[in-house]
Write a protein that binds this ligand. Structure first.
Ligand code: UD1
Length: 426
């Protein structure tokens, strides 16, 4: 299994290109199932999760082609044609690897009136049920039966629009329902919908495919179903989690990095926190410049929230920054029930953190110390990379396949900015 070795202590300087967003690319790929014409996605990142989604789509009979961009982080091109669909079953073997596989349910039922999709099961960061997805599909006229770990969904007469009020905000349930509603008969209202930029990106692509959608980016989305959707070409929006992670790398290491191909709007909730921690952030014509001049960051408190609040996917990385801050910070996780698995690993590196319920109390230390640590999930792993970059001595991160799920060319991007980081392959 691959490991990553980091020799900490270098300042970061230079340019880091930001890739297309994983969390936008996955639902966008699933959207190809809504039409028999070709869907072309540009600025598509090359990541393990995106590869799993390609594998799942091919298992249905989708013709797929992926061509990588010329340099690292330059974005690849997916061409996806769901013309000859031979199968509408999403097997456990693929779905268990990636929860976002569940996003094929809405489009499959919308176009083929049936689907059999494995339940994703739990994952390291919590139980993560799919009840909201299923209730929304039922509201649109799908009969749902749970059998031997699979969701058997059928809508022999097709889907019919409905008013769906989500009891709480779910990114995935909003995406699944949006795709299903795009070709249901009549109007669907999604109330208490997610407002994440990735939902807006998916909605824009659906509109380019012929869907009628209003209210994207607000908590009420109205969809007027159309009978046929067609192919289009769509560029995936920049990855705001990757943007925030590298901005935090500059905050923890010092130096000046320009994050290119991204925009400050995507990390609006993160910027004031990094500023409070002593980082200067300014927009450039290519993206965002992030600069910190030395000394330790200042402590700041944060609670994760749904968009436009501070993203749960940046909580672990921010904790790494706070682990070296002057003073004490409180970091509260409100989205997932078990998302502090990075804490014991940061403790191995000399951090002082106590967890009390949903809040981690971080007392910043003068310096973290390199250690052997283990990646437990995608975002937790990236916090260990940040900690390793700032720590004294050598850090070796085990189980880096988690990082490969969501960070394109991580070692190349950080090395180009002056970090000493390498992959050890066995
Ligand atoms: C998406 C992101 C993930 C991010 C999360 C929250 C993708 C591929 N993944 O995940 O990186 O951390 O949003 O921003 O876009 N829930 C239920 N029932 C449901 C659905 C969700 O109880 O049917 C709960 C979940 O367990 C969780 C909360 O709702 O506690 C939010 O989950 P959700 O917004 O659905 O996250 P994902 O779409 O899985």
């Amino acid at each position: 299994m691959d490991r990553i070795r980091i020799k900490g202590g270098n300042a970061l300087n230079g340019e880091i290109p930001i890739s297309g967003a994983k969390n936008a690319a996955l639902p966008l790929m699933a959207a190809c199932l809504l039409t028999d014409e070709k869907l072309t996605l540009l600025n598509a990142p090359w990541l393990a999760d995106v590869g799993f989604m390609g594998e799942l789509l091919r298992s249905f009979g989708v013709e797929t082609s992926y061509v990588r961009g010329p340099g690292f982080g330059e974005g690849g091109r997916w061409e996806l044609t769901a013309k000859n669909i031979v199968n509408t079953t999403a097997d456990y073997d693929i779905v268990r690897k990636m929860r976002a596989s569940f996003l094929v349910l809405g489009p499959l039922v919308a176009r083929f009136h049936r689907a059999k999709v494995s339940l994703p099961g739990g994952c390291a960061i919590g139980a993560r049920p799919v009840d909201l997805h299923l209730k929304a599909m039922e509201a649109l006229g799908t009969e749902i039966v749970l059998d031997q770990g699979y969701v058997l969904a059928s809508a022999p007469n097709g889907l019919t629009g409905a008013r769906i009020e989500f009891p709480f905000v779910s990114v995935g349930a909003t995406e699944n329902t949006l795709m299903a509603a795009a070709s249901a008969k009549g109007e669907t209202i999604l109330a208490n919908a997610a407002r994440e930029p990735e939902i807006v990106d998916l909605g824009r692509c659906l509109i380019a495919m012929g869907a009628k959608i209003a209210g994207l980016g607000t908590s009420t989305i109205a969809v007027e179903g159309v009978s046929t959707l067609h192919g289009t070409t769509h560029a995936v929006l920049p990855d705001r989690i990757e943007t925030g992670t590298y901005a935090m790398a500059a905050a923890i290491c010092c130096g000046e990095i320009e994050l290119t191909g991204t925009s400050a709007d995507l990390i609006g909730s993160v910027i004031p926190l990094l500023q409070a921690a002593g980082t200067t952030i300014s927009p450039t014509h290519m993206g965002i410049s992030v600069k910190r001049n030395g000394g330790r960051p200042a402590a700041a408190d944060v609670a994760t929230e749904v968009f436009p609040g501070f993203p749960t996917d940046l909580q672990a990385q921010f904790m790494a920054v706070m682990a070296t801050a002057r003073g004490m910070s409180h970091i509260k996780e409100t989205i997932f029930e078990n998302r502090f698995m990075h804490v014991p690993e940061l403790l191995r590196m000399g951090a002082e953190i106590e967890v009390a319920g949903d809040t981690a109390i971080v007392r910043g230390v003068e310096a973290l110390k390199g250690a052997q640590v283990m990646a437990t999930d995608l975002r937790a792993s990236s916090s260990l990379v940040l900690a390793g970059l700032a720590a004294e001595g050598e850090t070796v991160i085990n189980r880096v396949y988690h990082l490969d799920r969501g960070f394109e060319c991580l070692e190349e991007k950080l090395s180009a900015a002056g970090a000493e980081i390498e992959r050890l392959t066995e």
